[in-house]
Design a protein around this ligand. Structure first.
Ligand code: ADP
Ligand code: ZN
Ligand code: ZN
Length: 742
């Protein structure tokens, strides 16, 4: 008898062996959900593996049956899930669970059924109409039958619309008399609604695009040894058009394709472009789908009804069985990293899925990550560059404004906007053009300080200052969500000399109203944008020219295309530089470059004014001169010197708990154990208090592992993290290839 290794939701990281009974022999495949006895009850679980024999010494139990109504996972995806569990030190069950949307996994969402009506048979229906037409009492029934004689199968609401007189009881009578038949049919919950999109044709590639496509076609034809290509193209160089044509080729070859975009750039604009090229062969997976819609889309992909899935991070697990191409747009984006277990990076898992399934991967970006550049430079990835904009447009004119030169502000006035920026915005208003003012809330949150005793209002549970909101009169913590009323007097000394320092978007908006009166201004940040509809409303007003100035955070840095925006003001380019993190300059460079890309997308050349306290900073200098190569040469050298990724791998191990001594002791004990597996070239550092020492009342300690060839130590870590119970009140987790050490 063959043996199936099955993992259930209660077994966490361990699969258990079960015998496959004769009647199921040959019917069970890897990835199927089966019912098995577990302890004294029964459980549903996924088949991880099939074998001839088991190492288990005791008596094996039998698989009870295949779960008929539940989703099965393609075997290749199971392989990917097991790799994720190993690589990211996550529980196997948890990794497998990530492969399926909750709506599909739970088995609770059912296909949507609708009652459809049709005539039982045409002859009967016709004679019914002939016999009853003269009778006034049968008028409604005759209408219904006539309508269905023309219309095939219709739902009740459609029947109602199409008949002049409609009667539900008449319809019921017709069904009782077998003149009309009713049947439940599965219908799709349509994510696109009624909207239609004009079909579009491929554009003739520019020379840069043609060169990139040539490489991609060779890769798709397996004429290259690499299966991943880095598409490094400046904003507006036509990357999306390359994606569209690459997908078209993958479909011609009989395959399917996945396109990953950061959630924030999954805008209707983007979706429209894909739909216009591929119409109904496209499935869009975003976070606002209902469970029912998600269930339907998953099944459409699983059954091969569609060939392309566009979506955020988790769309990577779309259950295609003939995958040919995965595209990861904006591959440098940190949102591809999941912040809960399994802490995977969808970009890296995409490359692995490509390898397992023989599919090609395109990583696209205007500012590729150091990791991907390194892989391209070392020949692991192919590289295509697109250095000029499609229409050979001039890049915006960029000036750096050194904020240190500012005279101290006059009392009651703020120097938030430099004089040249104020002049430039007014100039745009006179000409009927639009401006974007960018800032990052985190670097600017307003904090409450007492001028008498220097007390600073901080969250008692997290080691960060509270952020003040004037509109709500509250202090709130962005880490734990705690909110308290703002103090009117200092809780420490009782003084009323309370000052708010820093400037959040809220304050910037008020100051912009004063500085640019009578400008029409809107603000976009996570406070004002509560729903997707808010977001669309503001963007539409901006697009229609009903606003002069749009103020916002990261939310407006990405992907937006507004031809009438000719000025971008970066209020403070320095945010993020202060963080003690080796990726700080990379992030700053990427963000500034992205924001610069919002200026001058129409016919008029754009202008960017970049205010900074650090004009000498390399990230800022290189971003302002649009010198990606200059920046990356510097950044890579710096990382190589210090042995940071991509020249090494980095694992962050976090320990948390309310009792600081217990947390520190367990962290220290674990670090010592790990050091035993740290061979030559691997360092285990710490434990040290994490940069944010407390969150939600829990102390945090950090151990970092750095080096090459971390397989051994990762295995040890995995065992400790998953199979050992830490002391009471302490927990630990590992973040492999951590993007942030906060
Ligand atoms: P990116 O994704 O690199 O920012 P896009 O693919 O969005 O660039 O292209 C920018 C603009 O140029 C779009 O409006 C697109 O329709 C247009 N475009 C792209 N490729 C071509 C081409 N080969 N010929 C003409 N227009 C193009
Ligand atoms: Zn005080
Ligand atoms: Zn807090």
């Amino acid at each position: 008898m063959a043996v199936a290794k099955v993992i259930t939701d209660v077994s966490l990281d361990r699969g258990f062996d079960y015998l496959i009974p004769a009647e199921l022999e040959g019917k069970i495949a890897v990835g199927m959900m089966v019912k098995v006895p577990f302890g004294r009850s029964f459980r549903d679980g996924y088949v991880l593996d099939l074998r001839e024999t088991s190492d288990f010494k005791g008596q094996l139990k039998l698989v009870i049956g295949i779960a008929e109504t539940r989703a099965h996972i393609p075997p290749d995806l199971v392989k990917l899930g097991r790799w994720m569990a190993d690589y990211y030190c996550a529980g196997c069950e948890q990794a497998i669970r990530t492969l399926l949307p909750a709506a599909v996994r739970s088995g609770r969402v059912k296909p949507k059924l609708r009652k459809l009506y049709r005539v039982s048979d045409t002859a009967t229906a016709q004679s019914y109409v002939a016999c009853n037409s003269p009778k006034p009492s049968a008028a409604a029934k005759v209408e219904i039958v006539k309508c269905l004689l023309n219309g095939g199968e219709l739902p009740a609401d459609e029947l109602k619309k199409r008949t002049a007189v409609f009667s539900q009881s008449g319809l019921n009578t017709l069904i009782r008399n077998h003149i009309i038949a009713a049947e439940d049919k599965q219908v799709r919950r349509d994510v696109f609604g009624d909207s239609t999109v004009m079909p579009g044709k491929p554009l003739t590639p520019t020379p840069d695009q043609a060169a990139a496509l040539k490489l991609i076609y060779e890769m798709l034809d397996h004429k290259t040894k690499q299966h991943t290509l880095l598409l490094h193209g400046v904003t507006n160089s036509g990357k999306t058009e390359v994606y569209l044509q690459a997908i078209a080729r993958a479909l011609e070859l009989g395959g399917s394709a996945i396109v990953l975009v950061p959630e924030i750039s999954l805008t209707p604009q983007t979706v429209r472009r894909f739909r216009s090229r591929f119409g109904d062969r496209l499935s869009v997976l975003h976070s606002r789908l209902t469970d029912g819609e998600r269930f339907d889309e998953w099944n459409r992909i699983n059954s091969g009804e569609v060939s392309i899935a566009v979506g955020a991070r988790s769309a990577l697990f779309a259950p295609f069985r003939n995958l040919k191409l995965i595209i990861v747009d904006e591959e440098h984006e940190s949102s591809y990293k999941q912040s809960e277990a399994p802490r995977y990076n969808a970009r890296d898992v995409a490359v692995m899925r490509g390898m397992i399934e023989g599919a090609c991967v395109i990583l696209g970006s205007a500012t590729p990550s150091a990791e991907s550049l390194y892989n391209a430079n070392s020949g692991k990835f192919l590289l295509a560059r697109m250095a000029s904009q499609v229409d050979d447009k001039l890049p915006p004119r960029i000036t750096i404004y050194d904020k240190r030169r500012d005279p101290p502000p006059e009392p009651g006035k703020s120097s938030l906007f430099a004089p040249p920026l104020i002049e430039a915005v007014r100039d745009r208003m006179r000409r009927g053009e639009q401006s974007i003012l960018f800032l990052n809330r985190r670097g600017f949150a307003r904090v409450m300080v007492c001028e008498a005793c220097a007390f600073e209002a901080r969250c008692p549970d997290c080691s960060v200052p509270y952020t003040y909101s004037k509109v709500r009169g509250t202090l709130c913590c962005h880490l734990c969500g705690g909110v308290i009323p703002a103090y009117t007097e200092c809780p420490q000394c009782g003084s009323d000399k309370i000052r708010y320092s820093g400037s959040g978007t809220e304050k910037i908006e008020a100051m912009a109203s004063a500085a640019f009166h009578p400008a029409r201004i809107a603000r976009m940040d996570s406070d004002t944008m509560r729903s997707a509809a808010d977001y669309e409303t503001v963007l539409n007003r901006f697009r229609r020219g009903e606003l002069d100035i749009l103020i916002g955070t990261q939310m407006i840095a990405k992907g937006l295309h507004f031809p009438n925006v000719t000025l971008v003001g970066i209020i403070n380019a320095d945010q993020g530089l202060m963080m003690e993190d080796f990726r700080a300059s990379e992030r700053t460079f990427q963000l500034i470059t992205q924001v610069i890309g919002r200026a001058g997308r129409g016919d008029i050349r754009g202008e960017v004014i970049l205010q900074t306290m650090n004009p000498e900073n390399v990230a800022i200098k290189y971003a302002a001169t649009l010198d990606f190569d200059g920046f990356s040469a510097y950044d890579l050298e710096f990382r190589q010197m210090l042995g940071y990724p991509p020249f090494s791998h980095l694992i962050a191990v976090f320990f948390r708990g309310e009792n600081e001594a217990a947390v520190a002791a367990y962290a220290s004990e674990t670090a010592d154990q790990l050091r035993r597996y740290a061979h030559e070239g691997v360092t285990v550092a710490g434990p040290l208090p994490a940069p944010i020492e407390r969150i939600k009342g829990k102390f945090r300690y950090l151990v970092t592992i750095r080096g090459n060839g971390l397989k051994l130590i990762r295995e040890a870590l995995r065992v400790i993290a998953l199979h050992r119970t830490p002391p009471d009140g302490v927990d630990m987790y590992a973040d492999v290839d951590a993007l942030s050490l906060q």
